[in-house]
Write a protein that binds this ligand. Structure first.
Ligand SMILES: *[C@@H]1O[C@H](CO)[C@@H](O)[C@H](O)[C@H]1NC(C)=O
Ligand SMILES: *[C@@H]1O[C@H](CO)[C@@H](O)[C@H](O)[C@H]1NC(C)=O
Ligand SMILES: *[C@@H]1O[C@H](CO)[C@@H](O)[C@H](O)[C@H]1NC(C)=O
Length: 505
């Protein structure tokens, strides 16, 4: 057991204990080879925002996060964690704080509890949207026919994480959904010619910014607009007009295609950033100001900032909705030695998504017997906006039965669709779960964090955070729950994606 590394030095024990006392919710989790024991309470978020990984110069929180990393490294016996934190803070380029949409760390938090039913429903919508895009039925060509027949599926059904960026001169802060499955970046704009939904921050007003400019219809950027939206641009008084409709088929945004200065950190701005200034925005959007698109596409921030950041970014999705993570742009984020990389692949049907290749899954150290072709036939994308990982049914049922077997001493509870393996932990103070390991082409093995294995609805319903896709040939989606607490590195220029454990520290 790794616990022995804690006991070898008194100082390490002290560090572990003080870490425990400080975090309260985080146990000094023992990573045996096969299973992890953790307090049931650690599965649930705190009412207040706890940890903070912030951008900009840090003093107090820098030393705090370094000492936490050190103590985690000591009791986990994992190498390079503290080094990595140091490296990131000194060399990272533009780092934004990243928060869960529904947690107390969000600037938009209003104390409302998360509606898990709604969240899981939105997730199903998003997965459908992704599959409809990737099934090839939603190409730009296919949409030329008639505006009425457009069942456009561009955008986030769910989308879970927010970042705050600055737009315009002087800059105005805007909190946007961060989405690796979308290419376009948009925000609501005054004068909201037709309609704006209500958002918390002041709606962006181009007339108050000295750096705003409309993109004209004759500009090459305008004619290329269709590639990102699946819908051809239109013109209004020679200004390029975009339309984007979303997966739920009731959400859309229409407005002017424009350029602005986008400020990512106090010292870093992208001038002439092409974005959508929404004049008619409706549907399920609520409270946030728009969307930041990070997919692989000419119009995404990845390509627009390519000379600056070298097509590279990384993020850490926090282990709970009551802690914070980060989104970092630039090569500064990929120097960590503790990150394991897998080649980036392209799903044939839609190149904007980030493809990765799953080669196997282990539960409690035992590889499941799933033919490799089950994964390779379907293909997999990694997505920041899908909450629950969806696997081919053959793979999911193998995972489910191994997990159920390992959890047989716990009482099962009713499903929370689409999650069908849920436990009543209301009578337990601790829970022991099997380690779940994903193997990717490389080969690399990624041991999921406990926060990436269980989806806690409430103490009497804690569910295995995986679902089956409809069919073994459907695209698999590696969702954001399973990415929690990892530093996920998108080295797009280098054609690879990396995972570094304990990445939010
Ligand atoms: C990013 O950081 C690296 C290393 O410090 C530096 O060489 C590079 O110029 C930075 N890039 C930007 C855009 O700040
Ligand atoms: C949660 O969302 C579901 C689905 O939209 C809805 O039917 C239910 O009434 C909601 N529950 C609460 C407590 O708002
Ligand atoms: C942008 O174009 C729209 C539509 O033509 C126009 O109403 C608006 O004044 C223009 N804004 C600027 C700053 O040129």
């Amino acid at each position: 057991m790794a616990a022995s590394s804690c006991s070898s030095f008194l100082i390490k024990i002290l560090l572990c204990v003080s870490l425990l006392l400080y975090l309260n919710e985080k146990a000094c989790v023992v990573h045996g080879a096969d299973e992890i024991t953790l307090p049931v309470s650690s599965l649930f978020p705190f009412p207040d925002c706890k940890a903070s990984t912030t951008n900009g110069p840090l003093s107090l929180s820098l030393s705090l996060s370094l000492s936490l990393s050190l103590s985690v490294a000591s009791c986990m016996n994992s190498h390079g964690v503290s080094l990595k934190a140091q490296t990131r803070l000194s060399e990272a380029n533009s780092t934004l704080k990243l928060v869960h949409k529904h947690g107390p760390c969000s600037p938009l938090f209003n104390g409302e509890p998360v509606n898990h039913t709604q969240l899981l429903l939105e997730d199903i919508v998003r997965a459908k949207w992704i599959r409809s895009k990737s099934s090839g039925t939603n190409t730009a060509n296919g949409l030329k026919d008639s505006a009425v027949s457009i069942k456009a599926k561009y955008g986030p059904g769910g989308g879970s994480y927010l970042v705050t960026v600055g737009l315009g001169t002087p800059k105005k802060d805007l909190t946007l959904l961060f989405d690796t499955g979308s290419a376009l970046t948009w925000t609501q704009c005054e004068p909201c010619v037709v309609s704006c939904y209500s958002q918390d921050e002041a709606i962006f007003d181009p007339s108050q910014s000295s750096s705003y400019a409309n993109i004209s219809c004759s500009s090459p950027s305008c004619s290329q607009l269709g590639s990102g939206t699946c819908q051809p641009p239109r013109c209004s008084d020679s200004t390029c007009v975009y339309t984007a409709q979303y997966g739920d088929q009731e959400s859309f945004t229409v407005g002017f295609f424009a350029t602005e200065t986008l400020t990512l950190s106090p010292t870093d701005a992208i001038s002439g950033f092409e974005f959508r200034c929404g004049q008619n925005n409706r549907g399920r959007f609520k409270r946030f100001a728009g969307l930041l698109g990070l997919a692989r596409d000419r119009i995404s921030i990845l390509e627009q900032s390519a000379t600056k950041y070298g097509r590279s970014f990384s993020y850490c999705l926090p282990p709970s909705t009551s802690s914070t993570g980060y989104l970092t742009f630039g090569k500064g984020s990929v120097v960590s030695t503790s990150v394991s990389f897998t080649p980036l692949s392209t799903v044939s049907q839609d190149a904007i998504f980030y493809g990765i290749d799953i080669t196997g899954i282990s539960v409690g150290g035992k590889p499941l017997s799933i033919p490799l072709t089950v994964f390779s036939n379907a293909g997999t994308i990694i997505d920041s906006g899908t909450t629950i990982t969806q696997l081919p049914p053959t793979a999911y049922s193998a995972l489910r039965s191994a997990f159920r077997q390992a959890m047989s001493k716990y009482k099962m509870s009713t499903p929370a669709s689409p999650l069908d393996t849920c436990y009543d932990l209301s009578g337990s103070t601790v829970v022991t779960i099997p380690v779940i390991t994903f193997s990717f082409r490389g080969p690399i093995n990624v041991n999921l964090d406990p926060s990436g294995v269980l989806f806690p609805v409430n103490p009497s319903k804690v569910c295995l955070a995986f679902a089956a896709s409809g069919d073994d040939t459907d695209l698999s989606i590696y969702g954001n729950t399973q990415q929690r607490s990892f530093e996920v590195v998108y080295d797009v220029a280098g054609g690879r994606i990396g995972f570094g454990a304990k990445g939010c520290s």
